[in-house]
Design a protein around this ligand. Structure first.
Ligand SMILES: [Zn+2]
Length: 445
């Protein structure tokens, strides 16, 4: 929690008109306190869509309120609840070929239920994957990820031979199919189910055989929560800036170990909170600023997808989105003190932020597809210039060691402070970011 002396100082600043363009720097004490609250034991790792996540959202909302921000237009509170459906496998999965059950099936990906159809057998994908209900892939195991990518939108189910990799994965999940949690009414699944069989059983499937996979499951309704606050601008026609992070993490593992998620993404959420406090003291700019901490990013961007479907401010009024994700420590490949900006070459926002003092650098890991792996992406697909600023994806990533002690609070504090002037300039309205010629993403790119 914020210490009381700082809270009083901030309250005093808000009534001082002389300070309308500048604000006291964000302090490491406040950053550390907010980190300890979000990544501490009371929040139990903020598991996506759990009551722990709801408690974290309540806490973030309380910080928004204390900063003096309003709920977003049309919202009665700072919380936006999204209905989700959690699926759990309930029985023994079966795979049949022309009606005969085949033993030894392993399920790597599915939404549960029954799917299948006529088999198309391939051992290499060559020019691409044919449209098929069931693709039986008999080629080498190291070609499987390429086949899966190519099969998106064309194939319902891939069946392939088990390998060391698939056996390891199944062992780590206790052999129980891990079914997705989705938004309620989120539409049909567009993913590709993946099942394995022992190599000799796979070899017996012939082209045109009818393959059917059945994974019995139970569905349970739940809720994930976004925390949202708004700082209105003076010109309603000038657009709005969206600053976002995700407040959820991996919760408590089945073996009882808590996953603190201090870097992922308590750090980004802390940045959003500190920026609300700072911008609230600076007084209104021409553009409004919307501050959002999403729920259930870890389940596939459920909170941000819901937000994109139910935005409190029309999406065409949002001129830019900056997502803050894992900014708690410095990546060794980046210039000292810098955050990486994913997809920097896709728009002119990177140059603008850098020119105005933001400690940002280009993403040195384009192969990792970070641009597509964070909450900015669902909004970028809708046309909004949306990027993620990120610090470090190190060995603590999705480990119990992602603790406050393993963060570099000085780096983090300096990085957040460096964003104040450029974001304020963006809010002042003279610059509207644009995608570069072929920078705007379409699904899968
Ligand atoms: Zn994560």
């Amino acid at each position: 929690m914020r210490n009381i002396l700082t809270a009083i100082a901030i309250t005093a600043l808000t009534v001082s008109p002389a300070l309308s363009q500048t604000a006291a720097p964000i302090s490491r004490v406040d950053v550390l306190a907010a980190e300890r609250a979000l990544a501490g034991p009371e929040m139990r790792g903020r598991g996506s869509g759990t009551t722990d996540e709801a408690r974290a959202a309540d806490w973030v909302a309380a910080q928004f309120k204390a900063a003096g921000l309003q709920p977003a237009p049309g919202m009665a509170s700072y919380l936006q609840a999204a209905p989700i459906v959690r699926r759990t496998a309930t029985g023994v999965p079966t795979l049949t070929v022309d009606g005969t059950a085949i033993g030894g099936v392993g399920i790597l990906t599915t939404d549960g239920g029954t799917l299948g159809g006529k088999a198309v057998v391939v051992n290499a994908i060559g020019d691409g994957v044919p449209v098929a209900d069931v693709l039986v892939y008999t080629g080498p195991a190291d070609g499987l990820s390429q086949v899966r990518r190519a099969a998106r939108g064309k194939v319902k189910l891939i069946v392939t031979a088990e390998s060391d990799t698939t056996r390891r994965y199944l062992a780590a999940t206790g052999g129980k199919p891990q079914l997705r949690t989705t938004l309620e009414g989120g539409g049909a699944w567009s993913g590709v189910a993946l099942a394995t069989l022992p190599a000799d059983a796979l070899a017996k499937i012939k082209p045109g055989d009818t393959v059917s996979l059945d994974v019995p499951f139970a569905a349970q309704k739940g809720v994930t929560t976004n925390a949202i606050a708004y700082l209105p601008g003076t010109d309603p026609t000038a657009g709005v800036i969206l600053l976002s992070a995700h407040l959820d993490h991996l919760g408590v593992r089945p073996d009882g170990v808590m996953m603190p998620g201090a870097n992922d993404d308590a750090s980004g959420t802390v940045a959003v909170i500190e920026l609300t406090r700072t911008f609230a003291t600076m007084g209104p700019a021409k553009r409004g600023i919307l501050f959002v901490a999403y729920g259930s990013e870890e389940l596939g961007g459920l909170g941000s997808t819901w937000f994109g479907q139910h935005p409190p401010i029309a999406l065409d009024r949002i001129v830019a989105n900056i997502e803050l994700e894992m900014i708690g420590a410095q990546d060794a490949k980046l210039p000292k003190g810098s955050l990486m900006m994913t997809g920097a070459e896709r728009s002119d926002l990177f140059q603008m932020l850098k020119a105005n003092g933001a400690l940002v650098a280009r993403d040195p890991y384009p192969d990792q597809h970070f641009f597509e792996r964070s909450d900015n992406y669902s909004l970028a697909l809708k046309g909004i210039v949306a990027h993620t600023l990120s610090g470090w994806v190190g060995p603590t990533y999705h480990q119990p060691t992602d603790t406050v002690e393993n963060l570099d609070i000085d780096y983090m504090t300096a990085a957040i402070n460096s964003l104040v002037a450029p974001i304020r300039k963006l809010a002042d309205g003279g610059f509207t970011p644009r995608w570069t010629a072929d920078g705007r993403p379409s699904a899968g790119r």
